[in-house]
Design a protein around this ligand. Structure first.
Ligand code: GCV
Length: 636
């Protein structure tokens, strides 16, 4: 049994019990008709041929676009769409509202997505990678797209496309940005697999993008170089791309991780990232395709003894000077923080500092550093902060998907809410993330009692902050076990080449990234931001150790010392998990028993892990600093 996530049949009751008219032609209008017909067959409504008797009218009023108007006309609820995709989004808006969509007092509203491209990136491999498994950083089983080296049955993928469309997503990159040898062939001799997926996603208004290997001309055996300045290489990409578009005429474009963590790129040939990206952009341009070029470029072979090299600086150092040098169909895809999806990071300065470049912000739904879907960690409050900070600077969002072939889609059933919310926030970043959680609850648990709703809010609303409390403190990051990145290991990365250090010694902790005495990273921000982070007087507590190395006795704005804050938050975080675990027991009987059991099992692990984090972090800093806990609690 596959869990229906946020589209159980019951979610369509209000629509399916009405007389519905769908006006419009084409594949997306057919999808809407099909949805309506199914809902009506289940709930007793009917598809009607004219306006007279219709209670719900969905029509296409414009030539294209995803927006729509919602309102009441002559006793009917009306969706008037800008184009075929708007019809689909309008339908799902009515579904979300349920009976409220048919309130005679419904006011007129216009809905238009704020971010044009709302993309999920899958880090799926065709093969099972010996270290990373089939889905890199995947915590929900195997790939949704491939099994045993072959494409999967498209039925479940269609269900996935439907779920994504209902959340507002309109693009999917189907394969890992680390493009290994088998997957490099998706670009050429395995194109039919891409075409199969594209036709399934297309029905729900979602375009497929492909991660490509920058060295494909060499790896596929055709050329001896992948140099973007070489005419034969440029011609190779053009002819290869022409064949791609013969097979998939509406492919969204390519996604590229270059010169990063061992992936090939233009640096090999002494060329810039603009040279590399523009070559692919030129090949895609005739077909309306785009290149998502990732800014996650840094030296992963750093010498830990060298305190002047700062990984946080890398993306800005590499890319800011290229502002304005990219072709129009290049989108620079930038991780939201300067490091790598930690539970707390400042905004990447690249997102604030490239006004002449199209930018997309990259988020990670899969939670590599936020509990890996074994912990409850509702991330939208974090994403909401990010999206508010970069409003007006970015035109797109790309998020690393957390879905796999797990019966609950996301391993942890409550992690479905993250997948749902990322699409909803991309559509409208101003939405309150807790209101989105309510929407998810309404859809996923139709008719949820007030009690169940309260339990879910108790578990989820502040789960990101709780996770932050019992893990790495005050923005320092990366105190995880190397490799798989789960669980605590304070010094796991301290003496490694990865550039992820905390510099704790007997006197203090944190990374000095100031201009005055540190790596100068703060200068990468616009002046108001730079000043705020540079000064101890104004740097926010939660980012203190990201920007400053301070003594354990440094007093935070909150009034407690750094060392006491570490003890307090770690005791509090683990304690909150215990309360969450107890609270969930009250949901027995209120939700599907299999779902209840899965969440119970995960909460048991979360408790074990939170206790482990608390004890290792507290003990480590107690031993380093020699400062006792002011409240005399047990530290080992
Ligand atoms: C796809 C982190 C992850 C890698 C991932 C990389 C990236 O470093 O640990 O697994 O690789 O980010 O975003 O490219």
């Amino acid at each position: 049994m596959i869990h229906p996530a946020w589209l159980p049949p019951e979610a369509f009751r209000a629509v399916g019990s009405r007389r519905v008219l769908v006006q419009g032609t084409g594949p997306l209008a057919d999808t809407v008709r099909h949805e309506i017909a199914q809902a009506c067959a289940r709930f007793g409504g009917s598809v009607v041929p004219d306006r007279e008797t219709a209670e719900l009218i969905l029509s296409i009023a414009g030539p294209g676009g995803e927006g729509f108007r919602l309102g009441r006309r002559g006793g009917a609820t009306m969706i008037s769409a800008d184009g075929p995709p708007g019809l689909l989004h309008g339908l799902f808006e009515v579904v979300r509202r349920g009976e409220r969509a048919f309130d005679p007092a419904l006011a007129d509203e216009r809905h238009v997505p704020v971010l044009a491209r709302r993309m999920l990136d899958h880090w799926d491999n065709i093969d099972v990678h010996p270290v990373m498994g089939q889905v890199e950083r995947g915590y929900s089983g195997g790939s949704l797209f491939w099994h045993d080296g072959r494409p999967r049955d498209l039925g479940r993928i269609r269900d996935y496309a439907r779920l994504l469309a209902a959340s507002g997503v309109n693009a999917v990159a189907i394969n890992n940005v680390n493009v290994h040898s088998t997957e490099t062939h998706l670009l050429t001799d395995r194109l039919t697999e891409v075409a199969g997926l594209a036709s399934t996603f297309r029905v729900y208004g979602i375009r497929v993008h492909l991660s490509v290997n920058f060295a494909a001309p060499v790896i596929l055996g055709d050329l001896s170089t992948a140099d973007p300045a070489d005419e034969t290489v440029r011609a190779w990409w053009k002819s290869t791309t022409a064949r791609v578009y013969e097979a998939v005429p509406d492919l969204g474009g390519y996604l590229v991780k270059a010169d990063s963590e061992g992936q090939p790129g233009p640096f090999t040939y002494g060329r810039s990232h603009a040279d590399g990206a523009n070559m692919l952009a030129e090949a895609l341009e005739p077909y309306g395709g785009v290149v998502h070029w990732r800014a996650f470029v840094y030296n992963h072979r750093q010498d830990w003894r060298d305190r002047s090299t700062d990984r946080a600086r890398a993306a800005h150092d590499h890319f800011a000077g290229l502002d304005g040098a990219f072709r129009d169909n290049v989108i620079l895809q930038v991780k939201h923080g300067p490091m790598d999806f930690q539970a707390r990071e400042p905004i990447s300065p690249v997102l604030l500092g490239m006004p002449s470049t199209r930018l997309a912000v990259e988020l990670q739904v899969t939670g590599e550093y936020t509990g890996q879907q074994r912990h409850v960690c509702y991330l939208p409050p974090m994403w909401s902060e990010v999206l508010r900070a970069v409003a007006g600077h970015v035109s797109g969002l790309a998020a690393v998907s957390n879905a796999g072939d797990d019966p609950f889609w996301t391993g942890h059933p409550l992690a479905q809410a993250n997948l749902y919310a990322v699409g909803r926030l991309a559509w409208n970043p101003a939405r309150d993330p807790i209101a989105i959680l309510d929407e998810w609850i309404d859809l996923t648990f139709p008719g949820a009692s007030g009690e169940l709703r309260d339990i879910l809010h108790d578990l989820m609303d502040e789960s990101w902050q709780t996770y932050e409390q019992y893990t790495a403190p005050l923005g320092v990051g990366f105190m995880v076990r190397p490799g798989h990145h789960y669980g605590p290991d304070v010094d796991g990365y301290e003496y490694t080449p990865w550039g992820t250090y905390h510099f704790a010694d007997r006197d203090g902790v944190g990374v000095d990234r100031t201009v005055a005495t540190g790596t100068g990273f703060t200068a990468q921000y616009p002046p108001a931001w730079a000043d705020r982070y540079e000064s101890l007087a104004t740097c926010p507590d939660e980012l203190l150790l990201f920007f400053h190395h301070v003594p354990y006795g440094h007093v935070l704005h909150s009034g407690v010392t750094v060392i006491q804050h570490i003890y307090d938050t770690h005791f509090a975080g683990a304690h909150r998990v215990a309360a969450m675990r107890e609270r969930w027991q009250e949901a027995a009987g209120l939700v599907d028993p299999a779902l209840h059991a899965r969440v119970t099992e995960r909460l048991d692990e979360q408790q074990r892990s939170a206790d482990e984090w608390r004890d290792q972090i507290n003990t480590y800093f107690h031993r380093k600093s020699g400062v006792p806990d002011a409240h005399g609690r047990r530290i080992h």
